[in-house]
Design a protein around this ligand. Structure first.
Ligand code: ADP
Ligand code: MG
Length: 321
């Protein structure tokens, strides 16, 4: 017996985002395709400049000149997003940024900000919204008595908890969290990620978790998509990708992640040689081939497609995955 395939919440299909610079055109996202299933946490990982935030902006309908969507589709709940970007923003899709102060108004009490967000999206009266807001504060681990406090009276971690409450307030189907804990201490980071994960799993909310940190991917996500120069390098279940990475870029990212054990403390941490190229300097062929220790002649000639639904690397042709 085969079970019915789950309908994706979000589908990104062959998406290109192009940057127009005078008379030149550069691809910031190149033929990007992936899905997000209901209730899952999908990680988007890659070095700075990989196109992670651009992907989030495209989903939110926030691509603006000199950038434009030059190919492909984004489908949310079966509807193309370009058609309903306004209604999608902030209600069915919420956003969490790295810096909580981007989302919080420093001049207004956190309770007022929560109540306003709730009443923008949900048709309830003020008294009900206040109760709802206080309950949300409690759920994210903040005393409901702090309802009338201003953002500056909170620590960074507590502020990010308020931002999570704001993101959850409209009861979204999807939260895009762009480096939500990169500005926090490691110990606080783990607590915030665990909180976000628990609350979303309880509600069945999907998350796209954007991070440069493979440790965060390992702790938090169900599946992971690895981006490089705006292209999908590898995608799969997090446990499979981390235990058996197929793309040399993924292998490099994992090897470059600090571990705290006796053996790794004795050895110097691996670094992938070189840096991610600027958009104007992406080479022909596989965009990673100049930094790849395993590249073969074909890698500089042709850009590999996603093979076996897993990795965009010509080496997979030789391997049965
Ligand atoms: N407004 C913009 N104008 C020109 N180039 C941009 C703009 N925003 C992003 N880029 C470029 O697009 C690429 C992807 O950026 P981004 O998605 O922000 O990367 P990251 O993976 O670090 O989030 C980078 O090369 C970046 O320099
Ligand atoms: Mg970014």
């Amino acid at each position: 017996m085969t079970s019915k395939p789950v309908k994706p919440l979000l589908e990104i299909q062959n998406l290109d985002v192009t940057l127009k610079n005078r008379d030149s055109y550069f691809k910031a996202l190149d033929d990007l395709s992936f899905n997000v299933l209901p209730g899952e946490i999908l990680g988007l990982v890659g070095e700075s400049g990989a196109g992670k935030s651009m992907t989030g902006s495209a989903i939110l309908g926030l691509i603006e000149p000199p950038l434009f969507i030059s190919k492909g589709k984004i489908i949310f709940k079966g509807k193309r997003i370009e058609e309903n970007a306004i209604s999608v923003r902030g209600s069915m899709i919420s956003m969490i940024f790295q810096d909580p102060l981007v989302s919080l108004n420093p001049l207004r009490k956190i309770g007022d900000q929560l109540v306003e967000t709730i009443r923008t999206h949900i048709n309830i009266d003020k008294a009900e919204a206040i109760t709802y807001a206080k309950n949300l504060l409690e759920e994210v681990g903040i005393d409901r008595e702090r309802f009338n406090a201003y953002p500056h009276t909170f620590s960074g971690g507590m502020r990010q908890r308020v931002v999570i409450a704001l993101a959850l307030a409209p009861n979204p189907s999807l939260i895009i969290a762009d480096e939500p804990t990169s500005a926090l201490d490691v110990s606080v980071q783990a607590l915030i990620l665990a909180l976000l994960k628990r609350l979303c799993k309880e509600r069945g909310t999907s998350i796209i978790l954007i991070t440069h940190d493979m440790g965060v991917i390992a702790e938090t996500t169900d599946r992971v998509a690895v981006l490089y120069s705006g292209r999908l390098s590898e995608i799969g279940k997090t446990s499979e990708v981390l235990n058996s990475p197929k793309h040399p870029y993924t292998q490099g990212l994992i090897a470059a992640t600090p571990r705290i054990d006796a053996d790794s403390l004795k050895t110097k941490l691996y670094q992938i040689p070189g840096t991610m190229p600027d958009l104007s300097e992406i080479p022909d062929g596989c965009p990673f081939h100049q930094r790849c220790s395993k590249s073969i002649p074909k890698c500089s000639e042709n850009n590999p497609p996603l093979l076996y639904d897993r990795a965009s690397c010509w080496l997979l042709e030789k391997e049965s995955v």
